[in-house]
Write a protein that binds this ligand. Sequence first.
Ligand code: ADP
Ligand code: ASP
Ligand code: MG
Length: 834
Amino acid sequence: MGSEADKQRWKVHKFGGTSVADADCFRRVSALLHSQEGRRQAVVVSAMGGMTNALLELVVQAEQSSNSTNAGIDAIRQRYLTTVIELIRSEEDRRPLLEAFEVELGEASDILNAISLVRSAAQRSRDVVAGYGEIWSTRLLATFLQQESGNDPQNRTVSWIDARDILVVEHGELGPGVLWDKSHSLVAEHFPADDASLVVITGFIASDSDGLQTTLGRNGSDYSASIIGALLDASEITIWTDVGGVMSADPNRVPEATVIEELTYNEAMELAYFGAKVIHPQTMSPAVARGIPIYIKNTFEPQAPGSKISATAANGHAIKGITTVESVALVNLEGTGMIGVPGTADRLFGALRSANISVILISQGSSEHSICFAVPGEMANEVETVVRRAFAMELEQNQIQRVELRRNCSIIAVVGDGMAGMPGVASRFLGTLGKAGINVRAIAQGSSERNISAVIDADAATRALRAAHAGFYLSPKTISLGLVGPGNVGSTLLAQMATQVAHLKDTFNLDFRIRGIATSSRMVLAEKAIALENWASEMEARGEPLDWDRFDAHVNAEHLPHAAMVDCTASEDVSNRYAGWFTQGIHVVTANKKAQSGPLDYYDELQRSRRSNNTHFLYETSVGAGLPIIQTLRDLKETGDDILSIEGIFSGTLAYLFNVFDGTTPFSAIVREARDSGYTEPDPRDDLSGMDVARKLIILARELGLRLELDDIEIESLVPQELHASSIDEFLNELSNYDEAMLNRYKEAHESNRVLRYVGSLNKDGKATVRLESLPADHSFAHINLTDNIVRFVSGRYGDNPLVVQGPGAGPAVTAAGVFADLLRLARYLGSPG
Ligand code: ADP
Ligand code: ASP
Ligand code: MG
C-alpha cells in the first residue's frame, strides 16, 4: 500500500439521502471529501433525503386524479431553491443550476400530466420521475465542491457525470444486471484522465440497452457505488450513511445494537436481503468479483471506524446480526396427495414465478405433506389465487386439502458465517424465542447455514428481535435491578458496583443496571440506570413517595430481558413481596433472612412460585454474610454426601462478646462497649436473644430438607426474662445484675480448661439447638478471630475430620460483596458467559 500505483487508484464514496438532506449536510460532505487523501475520488450520491419518496408520491397522485401534483411540485422547488441559495454564493454559479432544474421539473410535470390523463403510470415513467432527485442533488454537490475547491489541499478538479451515460444494465429475474463491456468503454470515455480528480456521479439511475433511463431499484445507490467501484477497479468503496456501520440489528428497534466491525460479503448480503436497510443486497456482487472492500461509515462521525465488508472477516461472534422482514404473509399448502409425488414444489414455484411473485422463504417438512412459504404481505391475495388456480384439480379431488394464508407475519433471521457446522445455534435461537413467549410458525435454514429464519406474528417482531439479540450476546446481557434498602449493606453494595459495572460490561458483556432504589418510604427510578456514584443525591433530587406497583413495573421493564430485586433490608414487609415478584418473573437476590426463616407455608409458596415462574432466588448472605455456607451445603448434598450435622458460630456479635470475655471485665460492660463500637444491633437484645442465630439455623435446616419452624428450635436466650420489656438503656443498666451468673459460668468452664461459645447446632434428625456451650480449649470454635463465623459440617465423607468454613461473617463490606457475588451467579444462571 501507499505505492504510486495505489495513489492512482480510485476510491469510491457513496453518500445516502440522509447525508445530503440539507445545506449543512452538503458542507459536511464537502469537508469530508476534501480531507480524503487519495488523489482520485469518485463520489456517488443519492437524492436529498425524502426526495425519491416525494417524487414517487407525485406519480401516485397523478394516477389518482388530475391537477393534484402542483402543491407537491412547489414543495420540491422550494426545498431545492432554499438549499441552492444557501450553498452557492455567486449568481453566476447558481443560474445554470437553477435553469437546468426548472427545465427538468417542467419535464417531470409533463410526465405527471400524461400519467394523470391515462390514470396509470408505466414503469418507465415512474423511473424517469423518480430519477430526477439524483440529478439535482449531484449537480448541486458538484457546483458546491467547485466553489469550495480552495479548501481542497490536493486541488483536485471537480467534474459531474450522469450515470445514464456510463452505466448500462439489463433487467432480469434477479433484478438489474450490468452490461460490463459496454459500461467499461463508456467509463473510459467519460471519466477524466487527470490524476487529481473529484468526480460526482448520480446514484440510482442508469440506462438500459436501448439507451432509455432506468433505475437500480429502491436504495439502489449503494449498488451504483459498487458497480462504479468495479468499473474503476477501485481500491475501496465507502458507503456513508447516518449510522455507524452495519449494526447487529436495526438500531431503531434494538437500542443495544452495536456496530459490526468486520463482516464477509456473504454475511452482509444475507443481512441486507433479510431487511437491514443500511445496505442494498445487490451491492455485494460487483465488489466480490474484484475483492474490493466495502466500508460503511457514518457521515456525522467520520473518524469512527465503521464496518468493513470483505471476503474474510475476523471471527467474532458466530452470529453477526439479526434482522426482520416486515409485512409478510405465510402460505401453507397441505395435502396427503403431495407425498412422494415429484414436481409439486416445482409446479408451485413455477406458478408463482409466472405471476412474478418473489418468495422470501420456503420450508418443506421431509414428509412432503406440506409446503410452507412466505411472500411479501401485499401479494397475499394474488398468491392465494395463483396457488388455488395451479392446484385446482388436486383441491377438487382432495389430494390437496388446504391452502392456508396467514397475514401479518414477520420473518426474523439470524445471520453469521460462523454458525456453519456449529451445533446448537438453532436451538438457542428457538429457545430464546420460546423463553420470550414467542410462537414460531415456520422455520427455514439455508443450506449455507449462514442464516436461520423464523416466521412469527408481526406484533411480536420487536420483542423477538431484542430477545434474540441478547440471547446471542450481541447486546450485553442486561439485567434491570431494583435495590431495596440502601442502608449499610445496600449503600456499600452500590459503592462496590460503581467500581465494577463498566468492567463487567467490557469483560463479560454483562450490563447490570440499577434502575430503581427504594427505602421504606421513598423511591427513585431511572430509565437507563441510576448513576451509582450519586445515588444519594439522585434520591434527594428526584425521589418520590414509594409506590410498589410502579417500582415493580419499572424494574421489570418490557424492553429489558431480565429483572431482579436486591433486598438489603431486614424487613418482613419486603420479604413478603418475594412471591409476587416471582409471579411477575422477577428474580430475587437477598441478604434478608425473614422469608427463608419465616413460616413454612410462605417458604413453600415461595419455592413453588419460584419454580413455576422460572425465576431464581439467591440468599447466600443470609447465613455467614459472604462466606460460602449455603453453597457448600448444597454442593455436599448434590454430590450425594450424607450431612449428619451442622454446627457453628453464626453470629459475629456473639463471637465477639465471648472472644473478649475473659472474666476481667464484666459481661454487661463488654456488651455496652460492643454496642458503642457498632458491633451489635442498635438493640443488643436482637443479638443476645439468639433469634438471629436461630433464623440462620432454620435456613440451613430447610436447605437440608428438614421442615423446621422457629418454634422447633431450642433456644437459650442470653436476655434475662425480666429485661425483655425494658427500654434499651434500662436493659444495658440492669444487665449488670446478671454479671455474676455469667462470670460463674466462665470460671466453671475455665477451671476445666474450656471456653464459652454461643453455638447453633443441627443434626439430620431435626434436632436443633442454639445455646451457650462450654467447649474444650482446643476445639476449633475456640480459636477464631474476633467477629468470625465458623461452621462445621460433619458428613459421610467428612466424618472424623469435618469440613470447616471460617472467616468474617458480618459487616457491610463482606455482606455486600456476597450479595454482589449472588448477582453474578444470577447472571450466569441467565446464560451470561464467563
Ligand atoms: P441512506 O440514506 O444513507 O441510504 P438508509 O436510511 O437507506 O440510509 O439506511 C440507513 C438506515 O438503515 C439506518 O439509519 C437504520 O435506521 C437502518 N437500519 C436497519 N437495519 C440496520 C442495520 N442492521 N444496521 C444499520 N442500520 C440499519
Ligand atoms: N434515492 C433512491 C431511493 O431513495 C436511491 C437511494 O437512495 O439509494 O431509493
Ligand atoms: Mg439506503
